[in-house]
Design a protein around this ligand. Structure first.
Ligand code: NAD
Ligand code: 0WE
Length: 258
């Protein structure tokens, strides 16, 4: 029997079979969870519907986190299918492309800063707020995806690092707020993975190579490994863990030599 048997879990951020969210969906399905997926736009609809089917689910709902109406409609629609909700996986980030290259001070703009924070951090609080009713008193859990750039100055990550720092603070404030309602809140800090969000990032190949050469495990992390960690954090095995960031990065963050 899987350790998520009987749990109903909403997973956002599936865009392809390389998405971290897809690693989460497969891991959680393997552990016996019922899964619902969301897709950002109509272009992704049929692909995400097919991927939901692979997890034994026929729930794929639209969600653009920039739209309050989408967030509201999502939980209304989910409430028509499920009588409660045990977990939400937030695997969404976006900053305008030109924010993610070159010198931070050269690149940063008010609009770039605001967009990165709205889509990548506020959206987590917004989902927590809209989902609170369905999750009330069920030993539920929220999990978000973060990156080392939240706590270190990583070249080119720029304003996304500031947004991830905000997201990690969101983990702590949401944990303090929702703990009394029975909901735990944690983040997984993943090492670099070649997903759509990594496509076209300058020097991404070099980053992957450096990780392979230097980390304790001498390799890169997989979406399966990140998914397994997220599954654990959503499960009752993690019942004493909230407000925390779990690194799934083959040990990169512990190193002192750059
Ligand atoms: P991905 O491109 O597969 O997923 C990003 C998702 O964000 C997509 O599904 C996209 O549809 C969604 N998204 C963007 N704007 C949205 C909006 N307005 N409304 C709804 N959804 C929106 O890439 P990924 O690497 O799987 O990214 C998932 C998460 O993992 C992100 O938070 C990212 O920062 C984080 N992360 C990625 C890496 C990495 O190296 N790939 C490392 C650590 C953390
Ligand atoms: O969080 C991320 C990337 C998130 C992301 C990616 C894109 C690409 C396409 C946010 N917004 C956009 N906007 C786009 O238009 N990661 C952790 C992956 C990543 O991105 C980097 C990294 C790493 C690691 C950018 C620079 C340096 C390192």
């Amino acid at each position: 029997m899987g350790f998520l048997e009987g749990k109903k879990i909403l997973i956002t951020g599936v865009a392809s079979n390389r998405s971290i969210a897809w690693g989460c969906a497969e891991a959680m399905h393997r552990q016996g969870a019922e899964i619902a997926l969301t897709y950002q736009n109509d272009k992704l609809k049929s692909r995400v519907e097919d991927m939901a089917h692979k997890c034994g689910s026929d729930i794929a709902l639209p969600l653009d986190v920039a739209q309050d109406a989408d967030i509201e409609a999502l939980f209304k629609a989910l409430g028509e299918r499920w009588d409660g909700l045990d977990g939400i996986v937030h695997a969404i980030a976006f900053a305008p492309r030109e924010q993610l290259e070159g010198d931070y001070v050269d690149a940063v703009t008010r609009e770039g800063f605001n967009t990165a924070h709205e889509i990548s951090s506020y959206s987590f609080a917004a989902l927590a707020k809209a989902g609170r009713g369905m999750m009330e008193g069920r030993n539920g859990a929220l999990v978000t995806m973060t990156y080392l750039g939240a706590v270190r100055a990583v070249p080119n990550y720029n304003v996304m690092g500031i947004a991830k720092a905000s997201l990690e603070a969101n983990v702590r404030y949401l944990a303090a707020s929702l703990g009394p309602h029975g909901t735990r809140v944690n983040g997984v800090s993943a090492g670099p993975i070649r997903t759509l969000a990594a496509a076209g990032i300058s020097d991404f190949r070099d980053m992957l190579k450096k990780v392979e050469e230097r980390t304790p495990l001498r390799r890169n992390v997989t979406i399966e490994e990140v998914g397994n960690a997220a599954a654990f954090l959503c499960s009752d095995l993690a019942s004493g863990i909230t407000g925390d960031i779990l690194y799934v990065d083959t040990g990169y963050n512990i190193l002192g030599l750059g």
